[in-house]
Design a protein around this ligand. Structure first.
Ligand code: ATP
Ligand code: MN
Length: 482
């Protein structure tokens, strides 16, 4: 039986001095044939195990190599060394799995993130990725706790979808049709009636539309699931497969929506600060060292912990799109022609613009609202009383320092005729959307919601620069290992 073991985190926390315990884990380092640093993933802190001279024969000692797995029975004693309060004095050491030190890719030294990305199947065993993925777990747990406490219903929206009207991005097709001898109609087009579902289907880009149906019954729902976008953007913030959290609330307007999003982001960050301070402190130091390598002008203004505490304690800035454009037009950056893309009312702001607003101008998260209708989705509510030629919608994006957009949301168009007119304008076939329009026909209500890219918030909280380093096995263009 294995389950009598104590986890390293527990052992280091508790008053265990004097107890006989069994621990299991992987060797990080073995020094002087005497000191094993053992890690079992429960914490970033290794357990120091002391193997007294003469306890083990030479053959066994040789097998205690970095990466090997061990079962150790011993007594917890106060540590004389620096860096830890307690250590384990081994009475028996059993090797569960050998690890050939010559072949093991993880040497006891610092590896680059790029190297570890190639070894993603082993990188959980490093300090950095241990911290990142424990934090990812905590944040996911906090997401559920937040919505559960507020009485939201967790709705599992489908992953395979027949609806392609969302328009949030390029979709991956789901099909069982053969590539050769593909069934075709008289006009040569692929005959999807022969396909598995009898129609053309895709992987979902968003659960929002289905989420709205849930909100029209439960008042408040959220989804938290995988989302797929076949967009060919090789950036540090885009994945082809990512996880999205999408709450949808009846009886909410744009302001209620912003309030919820802000409270939500602060809640999950506070949760991480309260439950994962060890891991955050490790990442804070890691980032500080990384920053030191950069030229002074490019260094981040805040350390990681400082940034997180600041975000939790201060209100997000709220400005309209129109105000945002004016700030850009008035900026020294614009006057000195520092922006690559043009600035003016009606543009879809580029990441350089968003970064200017967040990192240079406000130096904190910013919520931008009331975007021009023509750059936003059909389901966003048309604002009343707009200047001629400047029709806006009740949309809101939350922009974060270092990441850019982390949330995209809106109040939804609840007025049937207006929604139908918008769909016509945007060439969205109504026949395929009758089920969606029914919510506006039968007891429609003002409602709102948003989507938060989970990996983007994990990036923000861990300070990891590349989104590929905050998901276990990243899927990006031309890359799908494991
Ligand atoms: P972006 O402009 O950054 O591409 P978007 O406008 O396409 O984002 P939405 O369609 O509003 O984003 O999606 C909601 C949220 O999902 C975004 O705010 C972002 O946090 C996240 N997101 C969008 N696309 C991706 C992606 N390819 N990988 C990871 N997260 C994403
Ligand atoms: Mn996008």
């Amino acid at each position: 039986m294995f389950n009598t073991r104590i986890k390293v985190k527990q052992l280091l926390l508790a008053e265990t001095v004097g107890q006989q315990v069994t621990v299991m884990g992987w060797v990080r380092t073995f020094r002087n044939n005497q000191f094993i640093a053992l890690n079992d993933g429960s914490t970033n802190n290794n357990l120091q195990v002391v193997v007294e001279l003469g306890l083990l024969d030479d053959a066994t000692l040789k097998r205690i190599t970095t990466g090997a797995s061990l079962k150790i029975v011993g007594e917890v004693v106060e540590s004389l060394g620096k860096g830890q309060k307690v250590e384990l004095k081994a009475t028996t050491v059993e090797i569960l799995g050998d690890c050939d030190a010559e072949k093991y890719p993880l040497q006891p030294k610092k590896h680059s993130l790029e190297f570890l990305r190639e070894k993603a199947h082993l990188r959980f065993r490093t300090n950095t990725f241990g911290a990142v993925f424990r934090l990812r777990h905590s944040l996911a747990f906090a997401v559920h706790q937040f919505f559960n406490q507020k009485g939201f219903v967790y709705l599992h929206t489908p992953i395979i979808t027949a609806s392609d009207a969302e328009g949030a991005g390029e979709m991956f097709r789901v099909t069982t049709l053969p590539f050769d001898n593909t069934p075709r109609n008289a006009d040569g087009a692929v005959d999807f009636s022969e396909d598995f579902f009898g129609k053309s289907t895709n992987l979902t880009v968003s659960g929002q539309l289905e989420g709205e149906l849930g909100a029209m019954a439960f008042s408040e729902i959220y989804t938290f699931g995988p989302t797929f976008r076949a967009e060919n953007s090789n950036t540090t913030r885009h994945l082809a497969e990512f996880w999205m959290i999408e709450p949808e609330m009846a009886f909410f307007d744009l302001e209620d929506n912003m309030n919820l999003a802000e409270e939500f982001i602060q809640y999950i960050i506070r949760y991480a600060l309260e439950h994962n301070l060890d891991d955050l402190t490790f990442l804070d130091q890691r980032l500080e060292e990384e920053e030191k390598q950069k030229p002074a002008a490019e260094r981040a203004e805040f350390g990681l912990l400082e940034k997180l505490r600041f975000v939790v304690d201060s209100q997000f800035e709220r400005i309209t799109y129109t105000e945002a454009i004016q700030i850009l037009l008035d900026s020294p950056a614009y006057k000195k022609k520092k922006f690559k893309y043009e600035v003016g009312w009606g543009i879809d702001m580029q990441s350089e613009h968003e970064r200017y607003l967040v990192e240079k101008h406000f130096k904190k998260p910013v919520i931008v609202t009331n975007y021009p209708a023509h750059i936003k989705s059909f389901y966003m509510r048309l604002d009343d009383h707009c200047e001629p030629g400047k029709q806006t919608v009740a949309a809101m994006d939350i922009l974060a320092p270092g990441i850019g957009e982390i949330v995209g949301g809106s109040q939804r168009e609840e007025r049937l005729e207006k929604l139908q007119a918008r769909m016509k304008e945007m060439h969205i076939p109504e026949e395929e959307m009758e089920w969606y329009l029914d919510t506006r026909r039968f007891g429609t209500v003002p409602h709102a919601g948003f989507g938060l890219g989970f990996e983007r918030i994990v990036q923000f909280v861990t300070g990891m620069g590349n989104i590929r380093d905050v998901i276990a096995f990243a899927r990006t263009p031309k890359n799908c290992e494991y």
